[in-house]
Design a protein around this ligand. Structure first.
Ligand SMILES: Nc1ncnc2c1ncn2[C@@H]1O[C@H](COP(=O)(O)OP(=O)(O)OP(=O)(O)O)[C@@H](O)[C@H]1O
Ligand SMILES: [Mg+2]
Length: 169
């Protein structure tokens, strides 16, 4: 079983393709936390992920509304952006835990702002700048997360976006 998956993402298209590949590896919902600096590509990843699950409309980060729900053939999806959360208590008031139902796809940008209110993620995803490109690291934190990373390792796509180590800056 694999705990980590890494990939170089040379451009936006690579981020979208990687996200689609991750979505295809999740067959029954997942809790995914997206870490990374401002502009690192978190929303881009969510867009690629949701499109692969059948969302055809716009995917914009819910910076002001905190959460955007989507009804999908494979279950409900919730896209959170906690950038503007000052006090995790705000999330308690939103009833945030109710969104983390089994089978739901829950993607959270800026999970650090949720303090201890959020449940554990299945997969923690980190997007890092490498010059003008990006590098992605996925780390499994639950058995479900490990299954997804395992499926990823055996899925196609590695040929399009070769795995490389981060060049030193
Ligand atoms: N692999 C990549 N290489 C270069 N640019 C990328 C890559 N992936 C995404 N981008 C670009 O980075 C920019 C910021 O992306 P995005 O809005 O997804 O970031 P974000 O992490 O959600 O930002 P925020 O912290 O503001 O929520 C976009 O212009 C997007 O096209
Ligand atoms: Mg964003």
């Amino acid at each position: 079983m694999n705990d980590t998956f890494q990939l170089a993402l040379p451009d936006e298209a690579a981020t979208l393709a990687c996200a689609a590949r991750v979505a295809q590896a999740c067959n029954q919902g997942i809790t995914l936390y997206l870490h990374g600096d401002l502009g690192a590509g978190k929303t881009t990843f969510v867009r690629g992920f949701l499109r692969a699950l059948g969302v055809s409309g716009q995917v914009k980060s819910p910076t002001f509304t905190v959460v955007e729900p989507y009804e999908l053939a494979g279950g409900a999806a919730y896209h959170f952006d906690l950038y503007r959360i000052v006090d995790p208590e705000e999330l308690e008031l939103l009833g945030v835990r109710d969104y983390f139902a089994p089978g739901a796809f829950v993607l959270v940008e800026w999970p650090e702002r949720g303090g201890g209110v959020l449940p554990q993620a299945d997969v923690d995803l980190h997007l890092d700048y490498v010059g003008t490109a990006r590098h992605i690291t996925l780390r499994a934190a639950t058995d479900k997360g490990r299954e997804v990373l395992n499926a990823l390792d055996h899925s196609s796509g590695a040929a399009d976006v070769p795995e490389v180590s981060i060049p030193s800056r």
